[in-house]
Design a protein around this ligand. Structure first.
Ligand SMILES: *Cc1c(COP(=O)(O)O)cnc(C)c1O
Length: 712
C-alpha cells in the first residue's frame, strides 16, 4: 500500500541467531507482551531499568559478551523462538474479530489526534486524551481493524516535572534523541526524505513524516524541524499544546491539512476519517478542497466530506475546546476561501460560535457540523454534550441532538500486571485475552482463591513501595533535593498499609485538594495506630495553567507537614511508567472531579483491572460502572452547584473512608490475615469492570456504530 520504503536503521549489529531483536524493538507490540520484554530484561535487567524500558537504547548499550552468551543459551533461545513465533503469528493473523465479522468490508479509517500515549519512551502525550489514542491504536491492531493513525512528533516531547521545595512545578524540556526511538523516517524511492507542504502566509512549510509500528497498525507523525524551514516554523512541532495562539493554530493546520496531505503522499485512501477531539477539524475543509479541485461544487464537496467524518468530543471544560479569534483565521486561512470558492463570511460561518462576549471560530463547532458520526465518551458526558451543543440544532429538543456516546475503555494488556495475567491464564485458560469481553468467562472469577489473589495484590504493592523508595534515593543522590522532599517522595511508605492513589493531570476541576480540605480530620483518619492510611499523589499541570500549579503547591504543602508522618506523598513526573506502578500497586483509586466535568476518566479502569477499588465521584465512566458492590461512590448521583457539591463531597469522602473503607480493609481478617470481604469486593470490581471498560468493547462499538456507517 505504501509507495515509499521506510528505513530501518542498521546501526547496531547483533549475533545472527538473535538478530530479530532489532525488528522487535521497532514494533511497539512488545509494549503489551511481557514475554517479549523478557528478551531484554532477562539478560540485563539493570540496563533495562537504566534505559527506561527502551529496547533500542538497550540494544545499543548492552555489552557484546552478554549478547553472545544469550545467543548460545538454550533457555534464552527457547524463549526467543517462542516470542517470535507468537509475533509472526500475530502479524499474519487473518481470523481477527474484524476479519471474521466483516470479511468483505472494504476501506480504511484514518484517525487524527494531537497526542498519542503509547509508551513512556515516546513522551508525545500530556494525559488521558493521549493515552486513550495510544490504547485505541493498540486495540485496532489486536482486532484487525484497518486503521492508520496520524499526529505530530514533538521534538522535545511533553515536559518532565520537578517540584521545588516550596511546591512549585518546574518544567524541564529536553530534546528527544530520535535515533533512540522506534521511529522510521519515511523516504522517497530515491532515498530522499518524503516531504509534504502546508501553506502559510509567509510561504509553504515543509513537513516530514515518521512511521511508528504498533503491531499491525501504523502511525504517522509529522515534524517541521527541518533545515529547509525558517527557525520560527521549525519550532511548530517542538512542544505539545503551545499557549501562543499563533503557534497553536499553525499546529492545528499542520495536523488537519497536513495530515490529509501526508496520508495521500503515503498512498492511503481512507474511507472513514476520525477526529479525536476538535484539534484536527481543519481536516474536513482540506478534504472538501480536494474535491472542489477535482471539479465539485463546494456544497457537494462539504457534504461528501461530512458523510465520511467521525468526531469525538472529550471535554465540557472550555480549555479543552479550542476557539480562535476571527482575526487569527484571517491571518492564517485567507488563502483557503478562494480555493474553496466561497467568501470570507461563508468561511467564518462554517465554525462561528456566538458567545455573549463576541464571536469566535470554534474547532468543535467545525467538527460537529461537518461530521456524520458524533460521540461523547460516557453516558453522562453524552447528556452534557447534547445540552452544550443544542445551539447548533436549535430546532431539535435536547434529547434529539445528534451526539451519541461511546464510553472509553483501556487496553487491558498494556495496563494489567503480569502477575494478574498469570492468574487469569491459570483459571480462565491461555486464550483468555482473546475472550476478554465474553461475560461468561468472567463468572469463573469465583474459582480464584482469596489467598492467591491476596498474594498477587501484596506483591504489586511491595513492588510499588520499593520503586518509590528507589526513585527517592536516586533524587537524593543526584542533589538539589531538600531532606523534607525525600520524605515527601515516599521513603516512609509501608507496603502493608491501606494505600490510596490519586494521580492525573492537575486541572482545577479535578479537585485534588478535596481530600486535604479538612486537614485535621484527615490526620485523624490516616494516623490511627492500628489502621493507618497512606495517600499517594502525582500529576502534572500544563505549564501555562497557573491555577493548576497552585493546586499542586497546595497539595505539596499538606504533604510536607510533619504531622502526616510521611504517609501523604507527592511523586514527581507522572507518566505512563509511574501510572503503571500506581494503578497496579495501590488498594484504592480515588477520583474527585467536580461533576459533570470529567467526561470519562480512564485511570480508574486501569486500577480496577489490577484489583484496586475505585472510590470516586459519580461522574464520567464511574457513574456507569458503579453497582454498589464494586467500589465506593463519593457524593450523590445528582447535579449540584459548585459550593454545595464541594461541601457534600468532602463530607461523603471522609465518612466513607471512616465508616466503610478502612474497617473493611483492616477488620474481619482470618487466621492468615486475609481480608475476605475486601477481596469479595475486589473480585466484583475485576469481574464487572475489566471486560466492559476495555478498548475491546470500545473499538467494537466505534467500528459498528461509527466507522462502518461512515465507510458506506
Ligand atoms: C490513564 C492516564 C491518564 C488519564 O487519567 P484520568 O484522570 O483517569 O483521565 C493521565 N495520565 C496518564 C499518564 C495516564 O496513564
Amino acid at each position: 500500500m505504501t509507495k515509499f520504503k521506510s528505513k530501518l536503521p542498521n546501526t547496531f549489529d547483533l549475533p545472527r541467531r538473535i538478530n530479530r531483536l532489532r525488528e522487535l524493538s521497532y514494533n511497539l507490540w512488545w509494549v503489551w507482551n511481557p514475554t517479549a520484554q523478557r528478551l531484554f530484561n532477562r539478560i540485563d535487567n539493570n540496563l533495562w531499568e537504566t534505559v527506561n524500558h527502551n529496547p533500542i537504547r538497550w540494544l545499543r548499550e548492552v555489552s557484546r559478551p552478554t549478547l553472545n552468551a544469550a545467543s548460545q543459551d538454550p533457555i534464552y533461545l527457547e524463549l526467543y523462538d517462542r516470542v517470535f513465533a507468537e509475533y509472526d503469528a500475530y502479524l499474519a493473523r487473518k481470523d481477527t474479530w474484524y476479519g471474521t465479522t466483516h470479511p468483505t468490508q472494504q476501506g480504511q479509517i484514518a484517525y487524527f489526534s494531537m497526542e498519542f500515549g503509547l509508551h513512556e519512551t515516546l513522551p508525545i502525550y500530556s494525559g488521558g486524551l493521549g493515552v486513550l489514542s495510544g490504547d485505541h491504536l493498540k486495540e485496532t491492531s489486536d482486532i484487525g481493524l484497518p486503521l492508520v493513525g496520524i499526529g505530530l512528533l514533538y521534538t522535545e516531547g511533553y515536559f518532565s516535572q520537578r517540584i521545588s521545595e516550596d511546591g512549585w512545578q518546574e518544567a524541564i524540556n529536553n530534546p528527544l534523541d530520535f535515533s533512540n526511538l522506534p521511529l522510521n523516517l519515511v523516504l522517497n524511492k530515491d532515498g530522499s526524505e518524503l516531504t509534504i507542504q502546508v501553506d502559510f502566509p509567509d510561504g509553504p512549510v515543509n513537513v516530514r513524516i515518521w512511521e511508528v509500528r504498533i503491531g499491525r497498525t501504523p502511525l504517522y507523525l509529522m515534524d517541521t524541524n527541518m533545515d529547509s524551514n525558517n527557525p520560527y516554523v521549525r519550532q511548530l512541532t517542538t512542544r505539545l499544546y503551545w499557549s501562543d495562539i499563533n503557534l497553536r493554530i499553525m499546529q492545528e493546520v499542520i495536523l488537519g491539512v497536513g495530515g490529509v496531505r501526508a496520508l495521500r503522499a503515503l498512498g492511503f485512501t481512507p474511507t472513514a476519517w476520525h477526529m479525536n477531539e476538535g484539534h484536527a477539524a481543519f481536516m474536513t475543509l482540506e478534504r472538501a478542497r480536494e474535491m472542489v479541485l477535482a471539479g465539485q461544487s463546494f456544497e457537494e464537496a462539504l457534504a461528501q466530506s461530512k458523510a465520511n467524518n467521525v468526531f469525538t468530543t472529550h471535554t465540557p471544560v472550555p480549555a479543552g475546546n479550542d476557539e480562535f479569534p476571527l482575526w487569527l483565521i484571517d491571518k492564517y486561512l485567507a488563502s483557503l476561501w478562494p480555493q474553496l470558492g466561497i467568501t470570507r463570511d461563508d468561511f467564518m460561518n462554517l465554525a462561528m460560535h456566538h458567545q455573549n462576549w463576541g464571536e469566535t471560530f470554534s474547532m468543535p463547532v467545525l467538527a460537529l457540523k461537518y461530521s456524520n458520526g458524533r460521540n461523547a465518551v460516557s453516558e453522562l458526558h453524552g447528556t452534557v454534550s447534547r445540552q452544550m451543543w443544542n445551539e447548533l440544532w436549535p430546532e431539535l429538543p435536547v434529547e434529539e441532538v445528534p451526539i451519541t456516546f461511546v464510553t472509553n475503555g483501556v487496553h487491558t494488556a498494556t495496563w494489567m500486571a503480569r502477575r494478574v495475567r498469570v492468574l487469569y491464564e491459570k483459571h480462565f485458560g491461555h486464550d483468555w485475552l482473546e475472550r476478554l469481553d465474553d461475560m461468561d468467562m468472567w463468572e469463573k472469577m469465583e474459582n480464584i482463591q482469596d489467598s492467591e489473589l491476596w498474594a498477587v495484590r501484596n506483591h504489586l504493592k511491595r513492588k510499588l513501595s520499593f520503586y518509590i523508595q528507589e526513585r527517592a534515593r536516586q533524587r537524593w543522590i543526584n542533589g538539589g533535593f531538600h531532606p523534607v522532599q525525600v520524605i515527601a517522595s515516599g521513603v516512609m511508605l509501608d507496603p502493608y498499609v491501606l494505600t490510596i492513589g490519586f494521580a492525573r493531570r492537575f486541572a482545577t476541576y479535578k479537585r485534588a485538594s478535596l481530600v486535604t480540605s479538612e486537614f485535621e480530620r484527615l490526620l485523624e483518619i490516616i494516623n490511627q495506630p492500628n489502621r493507618p492510611v497512606q495517600i499517594i499523589f502525582a500529576g502534572k499541570s500544563h505549564p501555562a495553567d497557573e491555577p493548576g500549579k497552585m493546586l499542586i503547591q497546595e497539595v505539596y504543602r499538606a504533604v510536607k507537614r510533619a504531622e502526616n508522618g510521611g504517609r501523604i506523598v507527592f511523586l514527581e513526573d507522572y507518566d505512563m511508567n509511574l501510572a503503571r506502578y500506581l494503578v497496579q500497586g495501590v488498594d484504592v483509586w480515588m477520583n474527585t472531579p467536580r461533576r459533570p466535568n470529567e467526561a470519562s476518566g480512564t485511570s480508574g479502569m486501569k486500577a480496577a483491572l489490577n484489583g484496586a477499588l475505585n472510590f470516586s465521584v459519580l461522574d464520567g465512566w464511574w457513574r456507569e460502572a458503579y453497582n454498589g458492590a464494586n467500589g465506593w461512590a463519593i457524593g450523590p448521583d445528582a447535579d449540584l452547584n459548585e459550593e454545595v457539591q464541594d461541601t457534600a463531597d468532602a463530607e461523603s469522602l471522609y465518612q466513607t473512608l471512616e465508616k466503610e473503607i478502612i474497617p473493611l480493609y483492616y477488620s474481619e481478617r482470618d487466621a492468615n490475615d486475609i481480608p475476605h470481604k475486601w477481596l469479595q469486593r475486589v473480585k466484583e470490581s475485576m469481574r464487572t469492570i475489566t471486560p466492559q471498560f476495555s478498548t475491546r468493547r470500545m473499538l467494537k462499538e466505534y467500528a459498528e456504530r461509527l466507522y462502518l456507517p461512515a465507510m458506506k
